[in-house]
Design a protein around this ligand. Structure first.
Ligand SMILES: [Zn+2]
Length: 607
């Protein structure tokens, strides 16, 4: 990055000039009045809501349909306000006003909204099929049906209203607190790094940052430091994962019926809208390709002058002088050219994002780390957030985030609820955009290092998504099984993690990452379990779409857009059957996607 280059900045004043503007006050008032309206309506429909099996009288039906409609309209305002507050906070983490607003919207208004809607949501889950069908005949809420029919799949597993209430009340200081405990340890614990540049202990975040750096001695010392820190906390870390898993087992037991037992994978499968057979097929396919991915990991090791990768190399950069010192102008041009080459509409979209000031690349003193894509729900306009430092990695991140933005953009005329895709499909457009960039960069590379830099990203992605993610899945599955029989102590957790590493990495890694069950936040999140397999799903699904681009030729644009538009309204199986005519419960689908990875890795090994 040249120091004189002016980096693009967001213009979010189109939504709200400030937190004190009349536009902000008006939208906030709109949300509050919606909540009041919902509460009043719920009182009017008391008799119907408490007897969900009774046929609905026409007047009540209409009123309840209207309530659902106004609630989703009100939500648009609430999302809009929240986006603005969170964006302002991202730009300046010291902005106290933004922080206060953000927390007020998230903690207070969202939960008030949810509590107000609970009776109607419960009614829609429990009511008769006849009522349900009638309910979603109304034109303005017709496309909400898929979303609510998903919740109905769980209706046999719901407890009484009182029991559900008790459970959510206890959850606050029970289940949820364990995840909070993890976060508080990981933000307050200190890491002693045995390296001259760290005479004093530092935070886990800083130590982790070092493991992504080019200096191997610092990477190793930081990795060891993190291991030791979590070893000191291993009893607590084990208590956390055991409590979370134990709670989930107990809840599943309570929700099970004599004819259908719930198990630990049911919830993650449901929330990702995929079938168990699909997950099995995908993992089995990955398993068959394991040697090929391990070979790529060994090639990566060779570049470091080693036979095997060490656990502190897994997130390290390519051992070459990568294309640093890139200007934003050049970086953007690469992305735009790659997109245009794929589909002129893509390229125009990227240019529009820049022209409208919907991309923020600026360097600011208190700006948050990382990159994301968000958006405003009133204007349905996406926003891309990141910080430009002139590395080639910034270019692929830009492509990735613009891919997300494009996904949201092509759905901008649809109702909010029908655009809510799950995690398994969330990365479709972003990974697609990255692949588009990589291919374009390889074709247009001028030096051998440029080619290697791109292949390195490809190999690192494959190792991470096809070895590391399956390792996490393997560990978590085995841990949940073992937890059924009782408490799993730190030594046992470490042994399970070692086994999972050995199984997936084979001899491509010098040693497992034994404390990964404690060092990785994903195993200790209260709100979600198995925060792993959807990544591999998204990656492989996106690659299978990418493989179709030539076959689709001039129809590509229309077909691709149609797929993206259906991601919030279908299960993954139905979506892929409809658009690709393929059965994802069949291993062959996944193997085809893996073949495309194998071809690229073969090129990498040859370099
Ligand atoms: Zn992403």
């Amino acid at each position: 990055m040249s120091s004189t280059e002016i980096l693009p900045r967001w213009d979010n004043t189109t939504e709200y000039p400030s937190f004190t503007s009349k536009e902000w006050a008006a939208d906030l008032a709109e949300v509050k009045s919606t909540i009041a309206k919902i509460e009043a309506n719920m009182k009017n429909f008391g008799p119907q809501l408490t007897n969900p099996q009774e046929p609905l009288p026409p007047q009540a039906l209409e009123g309840m349909q209207e309530t659902l409609f106004i609630s989703s309209e009100g939500m648009i305002y609430l999302y809009n306000l929240s986006s603005y507050a969170s964006f302002e906070f991202s730009l300046d983490s010291k902005n106290v006003e933004a922080e206060k607003m953000y927390s007020y919207l998230y903690k207070d208004l969202f939960s008030q909204f949810e509590i107000a809607m609970t009776p109607l949501n419960l009614f829609l889950s429990k009511t008769s099929d006849e009522n349900f069908e009638k309910f979603f005949k109304a034109a303005k809420i017709k496309d909400y049906k898929f979303h609510y029919s998903r919740s109905r799949l769980k209706k046999d597993h719901m407890l009484s209203e009182k029991e559900e209430e008790i459970m959510s009340t206890l959850k606050k200081d029970g289940h949820t607190s364990w995840g909070n405990l993890y976060s508080s340890i990981s933000s307050s614990a200190r890491v002693k790094i045995n390296h001259p540049s760290y005479p004093e202990p530092t935070s886990i975040a800083v130590a982790f940052g070092n493991t992504q750096g080019a200096d191997e001695s610092l990477r190793k010392a930081s990795w060891e430091g993190i291991q030791n820190t979590w070893k000191d906390h291993q009893q607590t870390a084990a208590a956390i994962v055991n409590a979370l898993a134990g709670w989930r087992h107990d809840v599943n037991h309570l929700r099970s019926t004599p004819t259908k037992k719930l198990d630990f994978l049911d919830e993650p499968l449901h929330s990702n809208r995929i079938k168990a057979e699909t997950l099995t097929a995908m993992i089995e396919a990955c398993s068959e390709y394991r040697p090929k991915i391990q070979a790529a990991a060994k090639t990566m090791a060779k570049y470091y002058g080693k036979k095997q990768l060490d656990p502190w190399d897994l997130v390290a950069p390519a051992p070459i002088k990568s294309m640093e010192g890139l200007t934003f102008k050049e970086s953007f041009r690469q992305v735009k050219d790659a997109f245009t080459h794929m589909d002129p509409t893509f390229g125009e979209f990227a240019q529009m994002m820049l022209d409208k000031n919907w991309i923020d690349m600026s360097v600011r003193p208190n700006k948050r780390n990382g990159a994301y894509c968000g958006g405003f729900s009133k204007s349905r306009s996406p926003r891309v957030f990141m910080t430009f430092a002139g590395s080639s990695q910034n270019t692929s991140t830009l492509a990735h985030e613009l891919g997300h933005a494009y996904h949201n953009w092509v759905m901008r005329d649809m109702s909010k609820i029908s655009t809510m895709y799950t995690m398994s499909l969330a990365e479709t457009a972003s990974i697609f955009a990255e692949q588009t960039l990589f291919d374009h960069q390889i074709t247009n590379a001028k030096t051998k290092d440029e080619v290697l830099d791109v292949y390195w990203s490809i190999a690192e992605g494959a190792v991470s998504l096809l070895l590391n993610i399956p390792t996490r899945f393997e560990f978590e599955k085995n841990f949940y099984e073992k937890r059924k029989a009782g408490y799993v102590n730190p030594d046992e957790l470490t042994a399970l993690m070692k086994d999972a590493y050995t199984k997936w990495y084979g001899d491509s890694l010098s040693q497992p990452d034994p404390m990964f069950w404690a060092t990785k936040l994903h195993f200790s999140i209260s709100g979600i379990s198995f925060y792993n397999f959807p990544y591999t799903f998204g990656y492989l699904f996106s690659l299978s779409l990418y493989a179709r681009k030539d076959e689709w030729g001039k129809d590509f644009s229309a077909k691709y857009t149609a797929i993206l538009r259906d991601t919030g309204m279908m299960t993954a199986e139905d979506l892929i059957q409809k658009h690709l005519g393929e059965d994802i419960t069949d291993k062959k689908f996944w193997m085809k996607a893996l073949d495309t990875v194998a071809v690229k890795l073969e090129q990498f090994n040859k370099l």
